[in-house]
Design a protein around this ligand. Structure first.
Ligand code: ASP
Ligand code: MG
Length: 405
């Protein structure tokens, strides 16, 4: 008997008909004798609607209440899925994250899973039931409900698969797997059959929305393969797993992009120790994640310091940085709310020189101006204007021959 742990995303559960369709598939697995645990996201755009609703009540909803509110989206879909299964004659039970034994730290809205006690799930499986777990949520040591960050149901599924000792986790979504680039932007993008954890992590954290980056991290930590495939399609999907070829292919693997980038520049910062800490510690404390940071070399004891944040965090970040920039006698503050970024990712870059040059030349030939540059061992990222992102993705996809298998 195989244990199947799968997750279905919100678009696959957008209405009653789709829920029943997926229940029918799960019922088939159960009848074939598999043990079935299924993690569900909230239906369709439920999470967005709940956030909008809270904002109509107050501009700054309390984090604890917000997490309880958002956790209800997944609870709704888990109950409906359990009902759909029972209507098909398959014994089933829905569990909240808490009932499924998922414990997290107490960082509301971006909690991390600390432990999972899978005993309740095991009992229900032993009783022959399909177990439907509400994704994206857990419980703190003080028994308060938390959520894991947008897209966090992926992480629930991978973590549960690891805790239950399943052979892999299966993530079903509205696309055929992980593509060489976003197919809505580059129609020549191809689904990949396989990709390593590291490469997937870079793509996911640089904007490829197909997988929650933390789910990939958990998969890597437990060496648990993750299949990403379409809920309704028939393709094989993409298997995310440990790099198998020792000799990395001399090729880029994919292009990630993100149009949600804002930049703050602190001008004329006095160049002495401790300044960066004074600027960035309060941002970290406010839970604002800073992405690219560039500091110029100093001219006459003054430097310019630029960093990027998600557009949503721009106003809050400015409010935090403004008074500090006065305290440290900086020359001024500027921002640009309309940036984006494009990244070329591939372990092939580790050993082969020339990737950066090729990227810069391609952007130059596509008449795309580069605002900032960052790299990791297997990634090069350029911050560019938001309205040039789509052209940049297409130009890079062809320059790095990603349209060819
Ligand atoms: N419903 C949550 C979201 O929309 C979590 C998820 O879909 O995984 O972000
Ligand atoms: Mg989702």
């Amino acid at each position: 008997m195989t244990l199947v742990v799968s997750k279905y995303g919100g678009s696959s559960l957008a209405d009653a008909r789709r829920i029943t369709r997926i229940a029918t598939r799960l019922a088939g697995l159960r009848r074939d004798g598999d043990d079935v645990v299924v993690v569900v996201s909230a239906m369709g755009k439920t999470t967005d609607s709940l956030i909008a609703l809270a904002r109509q009540i107050t501009a700054e909803p309390e984090a604890r209440e917000m997490d309880v509110l958002l956790s209800t989206g997944e609870i709704v879909s888990s109950t409906l899925m359990a009902m759909a299964l029972k209507a098909l004659g398959v014994p089933s039970i829905s569990l909240t994250g808490a009932q499924a034994g998922i414990r997290t730290n107490s960082m509301y809205s971006r909690a991390r899973i600390e432990t999972i006690d899978p005993s309740r799930i095991r009992r229900e499986l032993a009783a022959g039931k399909v177990v439907v777990v509400a994704g994206f949520q857990g419980l703190t040591a003080e028994d308060d409900v938390t959520t894991l960050g947008r897209g966090g149901s992926d992480t629930t599924a991978v973590a549960l698969a690891a805790a239950l000792g399943a052979g892999r986790a299966e993530i079903f979504t509205d696309v055929e797997g992980v593509y060489t680039a976003d197919p809505r932007i580059e129609p020549k993008a191809r689904p990949l059959r396989e990709i390593g954890y590291e490469e997937m992590l870079e793509l996911a954290s640089q904007g490829a929305r197909v997988m929650h980056p933390r789910a990939v991290e958990v998969g890597q930590l437990y060496d648990l393969p993750i299949l990403v495939a379409s809920s309704f399609g028939t393709g094989p999907g993409t298997l995310i797993r440990k790099e198998t070829t020792m000799e990395a292919q001399n090729k880029a693997r994919g292009i990630a992009h993100d149009t949600d980038v804002a930049k703050i520049t602190v001008l004329g910062v006095p160049d002495h120790p401790g300044i960066a800490a004074r600027l960035f510690e309060p941002l970290a404390e406010a839970g604002i994640s800073v992405d690219t940071i560039v500091q110029n070399s100093s001219l006459q004891g003054l430097t310019d310091l630029s960093f990027t944040v998600a557009r949503n965090d721009l106003a809050r970040a400015r409010t935090i940085v403004e008074p500090i920039s006065k305290e440290i006698d900086a020359g001024g503050l500027e921002h640009d709310a309309h940036l984006g970024k494009v990244s070329v990712v591939g372990t092939g870059m580790l050993s082969a020189p020339g990737y950066a040059a090729r990227m810069f030349r391609t952007l130059y030939e596509a008449d795309v101006n580069i605002d900032m540059i960052t790299t990791s061992e297997i990634r090069i990222t350029c911050i560019i204007s938001e309205d040039r992102v789509a052209d940049a993705v297409r130009a890079l996809h062809s320059a790095f021959q990603l349209d060819q298998p």
